[in-house]
Design a binder for this molecule. Structure first.
Ligand SMILES: Cc1cc2nc3c(=O)[nH]c(=O)nc-3n(C[C@H](O)[C@H](O)[C@H](O)COP(=O)(O)OP(=O)(O)OC[C@H]3O[C@@H](n4cnc5c(N)ncnc54)[C@H](O)[C@@H]3O)c2cc1C
Length: 459
């Protein structure tokens, strides 16, 4: 049975979809506004607590220092493990925002001490008992700031160059977390001891509350969430090799009803380790919510964990933290859905396609699925039922289908100008593929609101 049947949604459905769509648009805006308010809160309180007027450069120095500190503390919450954030704006946007804000905070933090040039410094003056007009030269007060000043660039550089440095992802994650906690502690000391505003009682309380919130977010992710997972274990029910380097892993809830998720979302999967272990990896759920509580993943061999999939036995305990992500077609009032997948990027798209089939969603669909070789095409029998275009970049001489990479010409060949303008495009695959397709769709008149994508890599 082909699924390519055009079927307009009934009027009521359209109205419901439009309302949902408007709510979806509001989420990112509300989150950005909330972020700006929180980050600017110390500046506002500093302004309200007042103090004698100072030269503009010095106010700027204090302001940048405060902004840098509040942004660094907010980075803990932007770690991607809070569904209210990452499910609202998407995981890759959350992580990109985390990276961008880390770099911005670094620039502010590095700049801020140099703007104090020309300020009276040294011991406390009798006419300035609360250090409103002098900067301290007390080494004990400054030392924490100096150490943080040196550690912060290292933390950001080690994160930016993680791929080039050959150490395990889990080791990096641990060092990144511990480094961030150390920097937050040092900055709290520096801000409340050496800061011109931070020493005011109201400001000291605010900084302590912000730091506590940041640390609490880590405690939640590494302690409270695993404790909850222990009460809701899963069991591996099947591990099957689908293609030479791709596996199908299925897990079932053990004594509970599983997770509620939307087709296309992903979860952090931990198989065979303690719930507190850092050995957990994000994978898209390739089964449909409508198919029951058992969930499955399509996983490509890549590194430490994924290369050991063949050794996992049925019955092994697993933990599932999810669902996360915003790659969902729910509430989208479109006549058709275009799927573009590269390699294992087919995984979340499979979940959506399966859900559409199981729930009788009659919107028209087309799929372009690219792979290096024909042997890497996963779930081919199932996908053959769709309006599918396979593309192979290293074809055997007998390959009858499209060859090369997914590019402009292929998109124009498969989709009509009307489909490009009106359909929803859902993509997952190599970053370069998604960039090429997205740019081309926008050039051809597609609205960026009609293009959804998921990245498996945030670098
Ligand atoms: C949202 C999302 C969905 C994904 N869905 C799928 C999927 O359906 N199928 C699939 O095969 N792959 C998927 N991936 C990629 C998958 O997570 C990595 O391939 C896997 O974690 C590699 O683990 P490893 O231990 O084998 O390799 P490693 O050598 O340890 O890691 C290789 C790379 O994978 C990434 N990675 C590893 N561990 C983590 C982690 N805990 N958190 C974030 N990134 C990590 C890092 O970029 C790392 O450099 C997804 C990734 C993301 C972010």
């Amino acid at each position: 049975m082909k699924l390519a049947v055009k079927w307009p949604a009934p009027a009521n459905d359209q109205l419901r979809c439009q309302r949902k769509w408007t709510r979806q648009n509001m989420k990112p805006l509300a989150l950005i506004l909330f972020y700006l308010v929180v980050v600017a809160l110390p500046l506002l309180l500093a302004w309200l607590t007042g103090g004698p007027p100072r030269p503009l450069l010095q106010e700027l120095a204090s302001g940048l220092g405060m902004l840098a500190f509040s942004m660094i503390l907010m980075e803990f919450v932007l770690s991607g493990r809070f569904k209210k954030i990452s499910n609202g704006i998407g995981m890759d946007v959350t992580m990109r925002f985390h990276q961008l804000m880390a770099r911005t905070a670094l620039a502010f933090a590095l700049l801020h001490p140099f703007l104090y040039r020309g300020t009276a410094s040294g011991d406390q003056r009798p006419w300035d008992p609360t250090r409103q007009l002098t900067t301290t030269t007390d080494f004990a007060d400054l030392s924490s700031g100096i150490v943080a000043f040196l550690l912060l660039p290292s933390l950001v550089l080690l994160a930016a160059g993680r791929k080039q440095l050959d150490y395990k992802y889990e080791t990096w994650r641990l060092m990144h977390g511990l480094g961030a906690v150390l920097i937050a502690g040092l900055l709290l000391h520096h801000t409340t001891q050496a800061g011109r505003y931070g020493s005011q009682p109201a400001m000291t309380w605010l900084w302590m509350a912000f730091t506590a919130l940041a640390i609490a977010s880590l405690v939640y992710v590494y302690l409270i969430a695993p404790l909850r997972e222990i009460k809701q274990p899963w069991r591996v029910t099947a591990v099957t090799r689908l293609t030479p380097r791709q596996w199908h892993v299925t897990v079932a809830p053990d004594g509970h009803k599983g997770i509620e998720f939307k087709a296309g979302q992903f979860a952090w999967l931990n198989i065979g380790h303690s719930a507190f272990s850092l050995k957990e990896n994000p994978f898209s759920i390739c089964s449909a919510p409508a198919s029951g509580p058992e969930i499955s993943f399509l996983i490509k061999e890549l590194g430490d964990f994924t290369r050991t999939l063949g050794r996992i036995k049925s019955g092994t305990t697993a933990y599932v933290d999810g669902p996360y992500g915003s790659l969902t077609v729910e509430g989208r009032n479109v006549p058709g859905i275009a799927f573009v997948a590269g390699g294992v990027g087919i995984a979340p798209l499979l979940g959506i396609i399966r859900q559409m089939r199981l729930t009788g969603d009659r919107r028209q669909i087309k799929l372009i699925y690219g792979n290096r070789t024909e042997g890497q095409i996963a779930f081919r029998d199932e996908l053959d039922q769709l309006d599918v275009t396979y593309v192979v970049s290293e074809p055997a001489t007998s390959w009858p289908g499209e060859t090369g990479h997914i590019d402009h010409a292929l998109i124009d060949h498969v989709f009509s100008p009307e489909e490009i303008r009106e359909w929803l495009f859902v993509m997952c695959g190599p970053a370069v593929m998604m960039d090429i397709v997205e740019d081309h769709l926008v050039t051809r008149g597609a609205s960026s609101h009609h293009i959804l994508s998921e990245r498996f890599d945030y670098d």
